[in-house]
Design a protein around this ligand. Structure first.
Ligand code: FES
Length: 72
């Protein structure tokens, strides 16, 4: 899904940037240029970044947790 039409940035681009270390909206703007033109994508880009960051955290916890906890 395209999040930023002006900069042609997709949700996958944002997820990839989050995995590469973009942890804040400012980082994301500098890396991908989202919300630097018309700004209409700002809220969606922020939510996509938060979701991607949350997925990473949950994934890391699951990978590090004992098997019984990871399956709970
Ligand atoms: S849609 Fe992202 S800056 Fe315009």
């Amino acid at each position: 899904m395209i999040v930023c039409v002006c900069r042609k940035v997709s949700d996958r681009d944002i997820e990839r940037a989050a995995r590469a270390g973009c942890a804040s909206f400012d980082d994301l703007q500098m890396e991908l240029g989202v919300a630097t033109c018309c700004g209409r994508c700002a809220e969606c880009a922020q939510q996509t970044l938060e979701s991607a960051t949350h997925k990473q955290t949950v994934g890391a916890r699951a990978a590090c947790a004992p098997r019984e906890l990871a399956l709970a």
